[in-house]
Write a protein of this length. Structure first.
Length: 73
């Protein structure tokens, strides 16, 4: 399964599932990242941290570890 961390810059992907649990998963969901939402990958830093995305019209930065918890298609 592909994660948001693996998505190419400039790609729009759809969230299939959130893995992980507890406060980290809650924080991701509070950002509006839930199943079925489309995410546009704007930029990835050279070492993969952070991953900058657009979700529901908002520009967000995600840590690499958080991006690995978001399964996409």
């Amino acid at each position: 399964m592909k994660t948001l961390k693996d998505a190419a810059v400039g790609a729009t992907v759809k969230v299939e599932k959130l893995t992980g649990d507890g406060p980290v998963k809650r924080r991701i969901m509070d950002m509006g990242i839930t199943k079925g939402v489309e995410i546009f990958v704007r930029k990835v830093a050279p070492l993969g941290d952070p991953v900058e995305v657009t979700v529901r019209g908002y520009e967000l930065s995600l840590r690499k570890e958080d991006a690995e918890m978001i399964q996409v298609s």
